[in-house]
Design a protein around this ligand. Sequence first.
Ligand code: PEP
Length: 256
Amino acid sequence: MTRRLMVAGNWKMNNTIEQSIKLAEAVKKETRDIHKVDIVVAPVFTAIKPVFDIVGDSSIQVAGQDVFWEESGAFTGEVSAQMLKDAGCKLVIIGHSERRQFFGETGATVNKKIIASLKAGLRPIVCVGETLAQREAGEAFSVLDRQIEEAFAGIALHDFEKVIIAYEPVWAIGTGKTASPSQADEAHAQIRGKIETLYGANAAQTARILYGGSVKASNAEELFGMANIDGGLIGGASLKTSEFTPIIKAAVNASA
Ligand code: PEP
């Protein structure tokens, strides 16, 4: 089974519009000959449209970093899936651990956001991952199982097939600590096993599962070469093309 690799840059709450445009221009220039892997950038909401205007004619796709589940109305501060689509997004990150940790995101809200995004024609990148305390307590796999069950409750197979999952152990995000390739692969295999129980063996084999957590140029190729890892969701290292481009190239090499 060959799954197409994806490298997605989560710019988090960084960069003005001007800085985002410059970064998008640089990523576009440096990756113009790369067609073997999917490249995604997720700017802050204010920079989505300006970034789309730069990369819209290339193969780089734009993602939102979050979304609200209602279409419109009295929800001050929120942005709907239709609005993200209108601004140029093809994908949206949902359930990032920073949203779970700081903004009260739960399995139930993740589920509503996935449903709303699919309805609007956006492809969700759904983040799951255990904390250090949960890993140390031997609960990593049960946490992943639960997060997958909650995220995809009531979602039919034909919709699930549009989803991308990102395994992001919370203890590895922005900490410089990366899961070892075998630790990450084991977690991805667990996620695939859970998908198999929910959606069957074919869905488990075709699902794309990205790894996220302190991915760098120096560890990307080994991670992406693991059997169950289909690319990466990249935070800090996506903010500099000198770091992001080699990670994309590592994905190209891993898919060779
Ligand atoms: C992330 O925020 O999704 C992430 C993986 O961050 P970092 O690469 O900085 O650990």
